[in-house]
Design a protein around this ligand. Structure first.
Ligand code: GLN
Length: 452
């Protein structure tokens, strides 16, 4: 049914870069066989899932939205995808994204943008706009995303779906094509909070193949989502981030947020304001740290090891092959980030830029730690604005970067956060973000489910 739905609508939505029809049917038959053999299967057995094209899938094209990986078929599955298969879910295809997950609209995909199912002339968010749009257009009931600065939550917010960024290290990065290794976090996308929790439970947990994976079990996010669904938040303390509830967001977004705060209060939650004064420096710190790490990570795309190779004929040197391949293989936003990062890391500038950004990162972490001494979770709008029209923010990189103003602090800290639909502004979805302490992912699911 989902493959039929994709065939019917994806020429308009363009959520998928690759639909793995044969692989999906084979996986579905395999689940049937396992069930017939009496193998105990989990609650998601047989359920289709769309996978962001940043995660490797054995033998199935994986491009990370870049020309430099066109036609590359990885020789191995990422841990996330292995776990999806082990749980009996059915990976149905790879979803569109901004090139190497750098962007907030999918307009930086080398394969053309994804259209928001709510209004096809608007962006579906990014970088994981394909995964979010696939859910909103009912092309898949579940999807996987990755969140470095907001790429799960922001697409969730602008498509009226649920997107959760787990605690950093709570989901494996093995086989996740690296953008910024100290921030990258794969996570679940779904249409309901409970579905997201079920998917989170399947993909999460320690992985010895990822050196930053946390050697602890995932908190019981499914039980937390079910507890929250009873709508009682008595005794739960919510902190509204002062810095993110005043200016900086569209009035319609703030109105929907305030209405939701009122609802949360009616459900029994105690709501207070909490100031996190260093959050205002999160965006600049992120745009030094993330490009710095990306400039190092993307050095591996050299025309030799993976994908595209330009200039075999008549080329004079290896250096020329590398330079031509990178020139033609990377898009403008990726080049901008590599240049920014290389500059920030260069000797003489390192202390002033990268070193300074790391200090700011520590201050932001301290803001979170102090806040969580007063409240159980922090809340804010997920994004400052609703889905914007194509082309309206591509002219000025800073305008695009602002899309993640409210989501980035969490990545710098490493905690979990979820975006849950909280109303409409001008007929378009608005998301509410719930941020929790590291390894307290269950708390955010409880509050999100109560609001749903
Ligand atoms: N939009 C942010 C960026 O461009 C975040 C992307 C992400 O989370 N992958 O870096």
């Amino acid at each position: 049914a989902h493959l039929d739905r994709i065939a019917a609508v994806d020429d308009r939505v363009h959520a998928f870069l690759h639909v793995d029809t044969e692989g999906a049917l084979a996986a579905a038959r395999d689940v049937d066989a396992r069930r017939a053999a009496g193998e105990p299967l989990g609650p998601l057995a047989g359920v289709p899932v769309a996978v962001k094209d940043v995660l490797t899938t054995k033998g199935v094209p994986t491009t990370a939205g870049s020309k430099i990986l066109e036609n590359w078929r990885p020789p191995y599955d990422s841990t996330i995808v292995s776990r999806l298969r082990a749980a009996g879910t059915v990976p149905i295809g790879k979803t569109n994204m901004d090139e190497f997950a750098m962007g907030s609209s999918t307009e930086y995909s080398a394969y053309g943008p994804t259209n928001n199912p709510w209004d096809l002339t608007r962006i579906p968010g990014g970088s994981g706009g394909g995964s979010a749009a696939a859910l909103a257009a009912y092309e898949a009931p579940l999807a996987i995303g990755s969140d470095t600065g907001g790429s799960i939550r922001q697409p969730g917010a602008v498509t009226g779906t649920v997107g959760a960024k787990p605690t950093y290290g709570g989901t494996s990065r093995y086989g996740l094509i690296a953008f910024s290794s100290s921030l990258d976090t794969p996570g679940p996308c779904a249409r309901t909070v409970e579905d997201a929790a079920l998917l989170h439970a399947v993909i999460g947990g320690h992985d010895p193949r990822d050196s930053t994976s946390i050697p602890q079990p995932v908190p019981d996010v499914v039980a937390a989502a079910r507890l929250g669904a009873n709508g009682d938040l008595t005794g739960v303390r919510l902190g509204i981030v002062t810095e993110f509830s005043g200016e900086g967001a569209e009035p319609g977004v703030l109105a929907a947020f305030r209405d939701s705060v009122e609802t949360l209060t009616k459900l029994g939650a105690e709501v207070v304001e909490v100031s996190c004064p260093n959050f205002q420096y999160a965006l600049p710190a992120y745009y030094l740290i993330a490009p710095s790490e990306c400039s190092s990570n993307l050095a591996r795309f050299d025309g030799v090891r993976f994908g595209l190779r330009v200039g075999d004929d008549g080329v004079k040197s290896l250096e020329e092959v590398m330079s031509l391949t990178r020139d033609q293989g990377f898009g403008p936003e990726v080049k901008r980030r590599i240049m920014l990062g290389t500059y920030a890391l260069s000797s003489g500038y390192y202390d002033a830029y990268y070193g300074q950004a790391q200090k700011v990162r520590t201050l932001i972490t301290r803001d979170f730690t102090a806040a969580f001494e007063q409240v159980d979770v922090l809340i804010s709008p997920t994004t400052p604005f609703v889905a914007f029209p194509f082309g309206s923010r591509t002219g000025d990189p800073y305008q695009m970067y602002l899309a993640d103003l409210f989501t980035i602090p969490t990545n710098l800290y490493g905690g979990p956060a979820i975006s849950v639909p909280c109303g409409l502004s001008e007929g378009l979805p608005v998301g509410l973000q719930i941020m929790a302490p590291t390894m307290a992912d269950d708390r955010m699911y409880r509050v999100a489910a109560a609001l749903e």
